[in-house]
Design a binder for this molecule. Structure first.
Ligand code: ATP
Length: 228
């Protein structure tokens, strides 16, 4: 953990699964920095579809316990309303100053979806993006899969960094592709399997599985349907 990079990993984590943890660990190891897992707030004005924010944080705490270099940062739960990354990054900039290197860790599906994020072009002025490959989401549009939309490809051009060290030299604006083994897990798969009564416990850490069972989470959801 000797890098000066401030790395944040946002998500719903409903629930946190082994794919999230594997990616956080490989980012920690490749970038040599602490990874701060940041659960998003519950959507305003309606009941949370799966676990509520307090339960999601609890599961994250269980998942990172004993895992060096992974910590939970609940800052988005302390703000009113929807969790927009642009607001979180502005808050972090105010805390860390204009020169500190800051990065967001995201999966390849999130990277491809960036143009749907609130004020997405401005995000590059505030942080780097560290992208984890994900099955079915081709960052470069390889293997016959759809790649980034033209506006994302245009904004990304010239930003890809070949070395992790480059992320430390600039405060924001670079893209870095991690190279971990692909992880098939998804939170919707975990929820779907629980609701359908199919095996699911191998997809999450044992302490998280025990918490889900003891709180009866996700069992009442309609099988085969993503509640989000
Ligand atoms: P859902 O299935 O409900 O969409 P999810 O598994 O994608 O959930 P999120 O909490 O939405 O979980 O994900 C947080 C971040 O982690 C996102 O940027 C997502 O792309 C990334 N991520 C989640 N699972 C994986 C995985 N298996 N491989 C790579 N990235 C992942």
């Amino acid at each position: 953990m000797d890098s000066s990079l401030h790395l944040y990993y946002g998500g719903t984590f409903d629930p946190v699964h082994n794919g999230h943890l594997a990616i956080a660990c490989s980012a920690r190891d490749e970038l040599r920095c602490t990874v701060r897992l940041m659960p998003a707030a519950d959507p305003p004005h309606r009941a949370p579809p799966g676990a509520d924010a307090g339960q999601r944080v609890h599961m994250l705490e269980l998942a990172v316990a004993g895992e060096p270099g992974l910590v939970v940062d609940p800052r988005e739960l302390q703000r009113e309303g929807r969790s927009y990354s642009i607001d979180t990054l502005r808050q972090l900039r105010a805390e860390l100053g204009p020169e500190a290197p800051v990065a967001l860790l995201i999966g390849a599906d999130s990277y491809l979806g960036l143009p749907t994020w609130h004020q997405w072009r401005d995000l590059f002025g505030l942080a780097h993006f560290v992208v984890a490959p994900r099955p079915g989401s081709a960052v470069g549009g390889q293997a016959g899969e759809a790649g980034p939309a033209p506006e994302l490809a245009a904004v990304s051009a010239g930003r890809w960094s070949a070395s992790a060290a480059e992320l430390e030299r600039l405060p924001a604006g670079r893209l870095f592709l991690l190279d971990p083994p692909l992880r098939p897990e998804s939170a919707s798969e975990v929820r779907g399997r629980i609701a359908a009564g199919r095996p699911w416990k191998s997809l999450v850490p044992p302490a998280v599985a025990a918490y889900i069972v003891s709180h009866g989470l996700y069992a009442g959801l309609a099988p085969g349907r993503s509640p989000l």
